[in-house]
Design a protein around this ligand. Structure first.
Ligand SMILES: Cc1cc2nc3c(=O)[nH]c(=O)nc-3n(C[C@H](O)[C@H](O)[C@H](O)COP(=O)(O)O)c2cc1C
Ligand SMILES: O=C(O)C(=O)c1ccccc1
Length: 399
């Protein structure tokens, strides 16, 4: 059988990514082993939908309006390639909090991943470790933060904190994350309550009371002390307590020092959409900001996340690093967010779709595809480093 090879020059880049993947897909892929997951994010989503239970699919979807707006809004910007600039050597790495990330991607915190695949977060952590892509495990993971740390090994990991009503429990989680080698804390502040998710209501579906999804709570000494009986004896009481303390809608800026008092790690606030909140975060001594609308899962009718980024970049004036998520579906979206001022982006639903379709290997392929696409997008638009991109690489389209 004839092997189809790429006619493009495969650039030598100083790492394992980029066109190496293209070569794999064009040669190995057509030489017997087809890719496990579609390279097209639309097809990936469709196939994942077919594979998942309708309940899990409904849960992943969340809300329609803002989720769709997140994706559509990337069209408000377009990439304007430059030519003849020697792009043969490229650098996809970024520096964040004293660490070098091989690519400007991190895996967004996503809770309860076993609802899409029995290996859940374990498969995601293995794929992340294989490629050295940092993972941000959720407080609401199905696998403890300590076990995920072991799987991740040397791969950078940040811990996502759901700031509960119990200060001692929060302090305990921060302590555990530090001990387990997490190098930053991501505090999510758009989820004091879960939003009005009509699919879940229709399906009468709520994944997180599932006992197994609460392991970070159930294994915590402080959480356990608050129960009359150990959770193994009275699951119901443990779930009740979790529901009671999960979100803390009373938090204000005055509570931020609590975080600083309980961790030495860099602290990022996730869920910032207003420039005044970004300014206030900087004033409060926060180390980083994640511009995000939680993938359009919290406030339907909310502004598209990418539309909020430029004003926040302007407000922060480079004082702390900005990261971005919500609607990244392909490298061009990441390119645009980075050109607008984000240092790196968080991948969300697409890696879960890979997980649903093919477990660990599915996640790995989704990541490889993103990275290869990212490398080519950089080269073909005439740039050699993501860390050097700025808004001059883009054109603002009239809306
Ligand atoms: C099923 C699901 C569960 C999520 N769980 C969490 C979570 O536990 N903690 C958190 O900070 N964000 C959570 N998020 C939000 C993601 O971190 C991220 O902001 C979002 O997925 C980005 O949007 P996108 O997936 O459309 O790109 C979740 C998102 C999804 C889809
Ligand atoms: O569903 C979500 O968006 C989310 O953030 C979450 C919250 C608690 C448990 C699991 C996921």
């Amino acid at each position: 059988m004839a092997t189809r090879t790429t006619t493009q020059t495969v650039a030598t880049i100083p790492h394992q990514f980029g066109n190496v993947r293209q070569r794999q897909v064009y040669t190995d892929g057509f030489n017997g082993r087809r890719p496990l997951v579609p390279a097209s994010s639309k097809l990936l989503e469709l196939q994942a939908k077919e594979r998942m239970s309708p309940d899990a699919w409904g849960y992943l979807s969340g809300m329609d309006e803002t989720m769709e707006a997140n994706i559509a809004a990337f069209r408000h910007w377009s990439i304007v390639p430059r030519i003849l600039r020697n792009v043969a050597q490229r650098d996809l790495s970024v520096q964040l909090f004293g660490q070098t990330l091989p690519v400007p991607f991190l895996l967004a915190p996503i809770g309860v991943q076993k609802i899409v695949h029995p290996d859940g977060e374990g498969a995601v952590a293995r794929a992340a470790a294989k490629l050295g892509v940092p993972m941000i495990p959720s407080t609401a993971a199905y696998i403890t933060l300590e076990d995920l740390a072991k799987t991740l090994g040397d791969t950078p990991r940040w811990f996502q904190l759901y700031w509960s009503k119990d200060p001692d429990f929060n302090a305990s989680l921060l302590r555990r994350a530090e001990r387990a080698g997490y190098t930053a804390i991501v505090v999510t502040l758009d989820t004091y309550y879960l939003g009005w998710r009509v699919d879940d209501i229709q399906n009468a579906y709520m994944p997180f009371p599932l006992y197994d999804g609460l392991v970070n709570y159930l294994t915590d000494p402080v959480f356990r002390r608050s129960l009359k009986q150990p959770p193994e004896k009275d699951r119901h009481a443990a779930i009740q307590l979790y529901m009671e303390i999960f979100g803390n809608p009373s938090l204000t800026w005055a509570d931020i020092p609590f975080l600083r008092q309980h961790t030495k790690l860099p602290i990022l606030l996730k869920g910032i959409m207003h420039p005044d909140d970004a300014r206030q975060a900087v004033e409060a001594g926060i180390d980083g900001i994640i511009v995000s609308n939680h993938g359009g899962r919290q406030v339907n009718g909310e502004r598209a996340a990418i539309d909020a980024l430029p004003d926040i970049v302007e407000a922060v004036k480079g004082q702390v690093p900005l990261l971005f998520d919500s609607g990244i579906r392909k490298a061009a979206d990441a390119f645009k967010a980075i050109a607008l001022g984000a240092k790196a982006v968080l991948l969300g639903r697409p890696y879960l779709w890979g997980l649903a379709l093919a477990g660990e290997q599915g996640v790995e392929e989704v990541l490889q595809n993103f990275i290869a696409d990212l490398d080519l997008t950089l080269a073909l638009s005439g740039h050699t480093a993501y860390s050097a991109l700025d808004v001059s690489a883009l054109h603002k389209e009239p809306v």
